[in-house]
Write a protein that binds this ligand. Structure first.
Ligand code: AMP
Length: 302
């Protein structure tokens, strides 16, 4: 089994009520890769500029992350900045500078083309499709994330890409917007007609819900004493989810449910500190301990 991710590798500037960081390494593909690398080897496809130095690249080293597909282009790395409100849920985007991302044309190194598990992080749906086209053979599982920007501005391209996707992983607002249905179960049924057979809805502090055919599975958000920075929670969730499935090598109702738990656990670690800090210090045994605790938290006798 091999896991491929395409998405942003970025510099982020983040402000929350607990403090701020400037130009820290972030990006959806970065959070995803770090989270997934606890379970399986990850092949990363993305682009950085010539300001992305060896010290920045160090976040990937010593881990099961292959960055042969991380292109270096002349110019500046993608830059994003955001500010969170006191509730740590609502945030405003202050800056999105696409920089080298604007002309990004993903190219898969030969060994990546046989990937069995693929995560198309939130980027232009046309680029997501171009990655899929370069994959040879039929992958076991293709999952996709997107956002309101693409739902509003490139609906036809997004619809075309969705036809080739097994799992759509979005938040509740995006599910409502994409389906024009407020009720999330009805939204799921509409989305199934677009291609995906499974919908994973990330709901922040309310946890996450999976809808697959006629069954629904929900996990709570892991209760935490302190949340410092929600940036990357969704991408870390996706990394835990896809990483676990690729590592397990089996795809059935049980592994999908457990993937939801691993996703929730990785998301919970990501938000404990600023930027990538907590994921960088995380140990496999801490993940296992939190999954066990999760089990206690959600089990009851009938
Ligand atoms: P999340 O908190 O899950 O929305 O992910 C935050 C990460 O996504 C940050 O590290 C940003 O660098 C990255 N990001 C923000 N906006 C975009 C965008 N328009 N396209 C790609 N990546 C983005």
């Amino acid at each position: 089994m091999s896991l491929l991710v395409v998405g942003s590798v970025a510099f982020d500037a983040i402000e929350t009520p607990f403090g701020s960081v400037d130009r820290t390494v972030g990006g959806a593909a970065t959070y995803f890769s770090l989270a997934a690398s606890f379970f399986t080897r990850v092949n990363l496809v993305g682009v950085v500029g010539d300001d992305f130095a060896t010290e920045h690249e160090a976040v990937f080293s010593g881990r099961e992350i292959d960055i042969a597909g991380l292109e270096r282009a002349a110019g500046k790395t993608f830059f994003w900045s955001g500010r969170y409100h006191d509730n740590l849920i609502d945030r405003i985007t202050l800056t999105t500078d696409l920089n080298v991302f604007a002309n990004f044309n993903p190219r898969l190194p030969e060994p990546y083309r046989k990937s069995t598990h693929i995560f198309l992080a939130n980027i232009d749906p046309t680029l997501q499709r171009s990655v899929l086209k370069q994959v040879t053979g039929k992958p076991t599982l293709v999952a996709l994330d997107t956002m309101n920007y693409w739902i509003e501005r490139t609906p036809a391209e997004l619809r075309e890409t969705l036809r080739h996707v097994d799992i759509l992983m979005i938040n509740d607002e995006e599910a409502r917007q994409l389906s024009s249905e407020y009720n999330l179960l009805r939204a799921a049924r509409r989305i199934f007609k677009m291609g995906p057979k499974t919908l994973v809805i990330k709901r922040g502090e309310h946890g996450a819900m999976m809808v697959h055919n006629d069954w629904v599975f929900s996990v709570p958000a892991y209760p935490l004493d302190e949340v410092h920075d929600p940036t990357g929670a969704g991408d870390s969730f996706a990394g835990g989810f896809m990483g676990y499935l690729a590592g397990a090598g089996r795809l059935n109702g049980d592994t999908l449910r457990l993937a939801m738990v691993y996703g929730s656990v990785l998301g919970s670690f990501a938000v404990e500190k600023f930027g990538l800090e907590r994921l960088l210090s995380l140990k496999r045994r801490e993940i296992t301990a939190r999954v066990r605790h999760f089990h206690k938290l959600t089990t009851f006798k009938l």
